[in-house]
Write a protein that binds this ligand. Sequence first.
Ligand SMILES: Nc1nc2c(ncn2[C@@H]2O[C@H](COP(=O)(O)OP(=O)(O)OP(=O)(O)O)[C@@H](O)[C@H]2O)c(=O)[nH]1
Ligand SMILES: [Mg+2]
Length: 180
Amino acid sequence: MEADIARSIGEHIGIVIIIGDAQVGKTNLMTRLTDNYFNLNYFPTSGADFMYKEVEINNINLSLQVWDTGGQDRFASIFYSGADFFLFVYDITNRNSFENVHGWYELIKINEIPKKFEMMLIGNKIDLNKIREVTYEEGMLLAKKLGMYFLEVSNLSKNNIDDVLLLLANNISIKYSNSI
Ligand SMILES: Nc1nc2c(ncn2[C@@H]2O[C@H](COP(=O)(O)OP(=O)(O)OP(=O)(O)O)[C@@H](O)[C@H]2O)c(=O)[nH]1
Ligand SMILES: [Mg+2]
């Protein structure tokens, strides 16, 4: 994934990469963040694709280029260079997807990307709170341990989706204002 090439087409592009296990809701997170779209049917993603979201924040017009990756392509040789933000997604109703966050985190480390990016841990599907397998506190603790921001969201009910967008946009725009 040569995400950094796209940076040359615009001044203020923020590259956001969504990773995590299959079926945790990465594709729907991308479409919710960029297009406010949600699909209840499951279509597995293969490879990687992106969508744009334009935001105006802190007097900067920022294009967020949000990349979605296939959860089944785990450990495929994907290059993540140029990323500003990694979103690590798990499903709060699937303990395994939470435990696998470590593996995804290792993958980023193995790729030895120069450290100029931020990370956020996202526990998705809080509309299914009744069948939750991972507590809020566990998510919070893991995020702290790995040096990530943390939010629980629902693509379906849109809970906290705006907060994800705001955090991303704010954080990346500050990076640009500091580099002027
Ligand atoms: N209830 C509920 N279902 C969700 C939510 N987000 C995604 N889903 C559903 O979960 C399934 C998987 O969502 P996707 O977005 O396709 O998951 P993915 O992580 O992209 O999966 P891969 O492409 O295989 O890696 C779909 O049926 C979605 O409709 C959510 O917040 N709540
Ligand atoms: Mg997908």
